[in-house]
Design a protein around this ligand. Structure first.
Ligand code: HEM
Length: 329
């Protein structure tokens, strides 16, 4: 234990020094970053595999990206774009995994789990750190591709255009990207504080942290929306788009279960007049959340069953305009 005051040689005393060491059981960002190594490595291996797959599809003439943007028919030139797409997919898959783990931990406790709750919690934290890194790498590679592309202007302008188009909301002003890019930026910029606040929850209070952390589902919804709107590999109404929609079903079901039977008793929805049910507007809001989650499950089932998934028909002739061709194209 530290002494309350430190006697100085001249006889004066210094104010008490607070003990800044975290308690032994507090999870720190540093420790979690170290623990992230295995799943971050797995994510990079997957990214590499997706990159090779997209490259091979371009070489074989099967690339949906090239069908949407014929000028891209050269993986050696557009490799940074392919790498950006690959990071986008690993980012989305990791976001899916970390959201599923979070919902498993906060919803009805399964009778049997293959690993302990502590292990699940650690996986949730490490996969969420990896997700942030993958999302950032995705945007960074897109930015790098724009810098490479703008070869006809000076370096300062190239760097600025690459940075602003990828990272400044509202800057990108071409086609679908005017909506889709800010959606992706919203996801990235929300993910960072909502994910990292966990490590300062002893400062902001566990309740404040819990309330804020709930909004992480918005990050996931924005990510999926961005992908469905902008991903050229899910542009057409073919199997990759169907799989992407299908993957959302377990998330929506777990979200509904988590809202109907939350692990924390205090979050259960009691009849509005009963003690502990909170204010009436609050109760209405929470009931509406449960109804919305049920509607999402039904909506997803309808999309998958009907095939009305927003996918376009693959044209027999290449399109005259592309969704996010650089301005100078
Ligand atoms: C600063 C933020 C972001 C920017 C600038 C950005 C940019 C882009 C661009 C330009 C595309 C089109 C690529 C194509 O031709 O298919 C795209 C697609 C995609 N993005 Fe993002 N994005 C951002 C955030 C995110 C986030 C947070 C996620 C979630 C993990 C994400 C996941 C994806 C996925 C999965 C695709 C589909 C790629 C494909 O079709 O192969 N993006 N993004």
């Amino acid at each position: 234990m530290l002494p309350e005051t430190t006697p100085e040689d001249d006889g004066t005393t210094t104010p008490p020094t607070p003990d800044r060491r975290p308690p032994a059981d507090r999870v720190t960002l540093k420790a979690d970053l170290r623990a992230t190594l295995p799943d971050a490595s797995a994510a990079f291996v997957l990214t590499a595999a997706v990159f090779v797959f997209f490259w091979a599809r371009m070489e074989s003439g099967d690339s949906a990206t090239v069908a949407v943007m014929p000028f891209m028919d050269d993986p050696r030139t557009y490799w940074m774009y392919l790498l950006s797409q690959a990071f986008g997919w690993s980012g989305l898959l990791w976001a899916w995994g970390t959201v599923m783990l979070g919902l498993l931990l906060s919803g009805p406790r399964p009778a049997r789990l293959p690993v302990s709750r502590q292990v699940l919690e650690r996986w949730h934290r490490t996969t969420s750190l990896t997700t942030m890194a993958l999302m950032f790498a995705h945007a960074l590679m897109f930015s790098a591709e724009l810098v490479r592309y703008e070869a006809q202007v000076g370096w300062a302008r190239r760097l600025w255009v690459g940075f602003a188009d990828a990272f400044v909301p509202g800057w990108y002003d071409s086609g679908t990207g005017r909506i889709a890019i800010p959606l992706g930026q919203g996801a990235l910029y929300l993910a960072i504080p909502l994910g990292l606040l966990f490590y300062v929850r002893h400062r902001i209070g566990a309740n404040a942290w819990r309330r804020l952390h709930r909004f992480v589902i918005v990050v996931y919804v924005l990510s999926v929306w961005h992908t469905l709107l902008y991903g050229t590999n899910v542009w057409y109404g073919e199997w990759p788009r169907t799989v992407l929609w299908l993957l959302q079903l377990p998330v929506a079901v777990l979200l509904l279960l988590r809202l109907l039977r939350p692990a924390r008793r205090a979050e259960r929805l009691r009849a509005p007049a009963r003690p502990g049910s909170g204010s009436l507007p609050g109760w209405v809001l929470r009931a509406a959340g449960r109804i919305a989650a049920a509607a999402v499950v039904i909506g997803l089932l309808a999309v998958v069953a009907s095939g009305h998934d927003g996918g376009r028909d693959r044209p027999t002739d290449p399109p005259t305009s592309s969704p996010h061709a650089p301005e100078t194209e």
